[in-house]
Design a protein. Structure first.
Length: 68
């Protein structure tokens, strides 16, 4: 299984705007579609890292953990 997210691209003048409907708050922008894609990927990574950290705060320190 791979992590896949939808990237939607729109033009706003000279800028390319990107967002992912599956990840609320994940937005990117750039002068090219590729730059917007990279910006969006970085935003998704930050959001998921933050959500992981939040989710693990309540896990007891002696609980077994696995990451795939």
């Amino acid at each position: 299984m791979r992590d896949e997210f939808t990237a939607v691209f729109e033009r706003d003048g000279e800028w390319h705007i990107a967002y992912s409907p599956e990840i609320p708050g994940a937005n990117g922008q750039g002068r090219t579609t590729e730059a917007a894609r990279e910006s969006l990927a970085a935003a998704i990574a930050l959001i998921l890292a933050d959500r992981r950290e939040d989710g693990l705060r309540s896990v007891p320190p002696d609980a077994a953990r696995e990451t795939d």
